[in-house]
Design a protein around this ligand. Structure first.
Ligand code: GH3
Ligand code: MG
Ligand code: MG
Length: 176
């Protein structure tokens, strides 16, 4: 029992050390997302996943250029970082303009509050030299109860919620 707990602490320490940051955004990368997600689901706390997708991001690149697109991505990543603590709430670049949060110990309602607050902060972002530029994100929240829960199911729930958010016209926050 104690051995198992110690082993888990060691595993967690190893995993924190091997986390890597995305070169462009400074938040954790996809590999870290995968290992943290697997680890989170070995614990006794519920796990919530928030998927964040920037709306119409291709247009930002097409109209204003990729360097402005990069700046927008970095600003959105910073908003997510401001909601996280690096332990129970961690932010990742899932891929491209899709970012994610893994929340350990927050139920879906709490995770939705965090996601909603990030969504509103993104709406309020303003960019020097681009007065009229407005950015929104669509957000999907999924949650699984605890230990033994299926990792793929967690992503499936968050993805389904994100899909609904997009289908509803973008910029809302949906709970899975
Ligand atoms: P939707 O509202 O449906 O999400 O539309 P969207 O335009 O955001 O989605 P789409 O998948 O059509 O385009 C995503 C774009 O994100 C295309 C790709 O070039 C851009 N992108 C991905 N990674 C980066 C990056 O690191 N920097 C920049 N500037 N653009 C990126
Ligand atoms: Mg996308
Ligand atoms: Mg998008």
């Amino acid at each position: 029992m104690v051995d198992a707990a110690i082993q888990r602490i060691h595993q967690h320490a190893d995993q924190l050390v091997t986390r890597k940051r995305d070169g462009l955004l400074g938040i954790f990368d996809r590999g870290s997302f995968e290992s943290d997600r697997t680890h989170a689901l070995t614990g006794r706390l519920s796990v919530a996943l928030v998927m964040v997708d920037i709306d119409h991001f291709k247009q930002v690149n097409d109209v204003l250029g990729h360097s402005v697109g990069d700046e927008v991505l970095r600003a959105v990543a910073k908003v997510l970082t401001s909601k996280c603590d690096g332990r129970n709430r961690v932010e990742y670049r899932y891929g491209g303009e899709e970012l994610a949060l893994i929340l350990t110990g927050d139920d879906a309602a709490r995770a939705t509050e965090v996601a909603e607050s990030a969504r509103v902060d993104v709406e309020e972002l303003r960019f020097d030299g681009y007065r009229d530029l407005r950015v929104t994100v669509s957000v999907g929240v999924g949650e699984v109860p605890r230990e033994g829960s299926n990792s793929a199911e967690l992503v499936r729930r968050a993805d389904a919620a994100l899909y609904r958010a997009k289908a509803e016209g973008r910029n809302p926050c949906e709970k899975g």
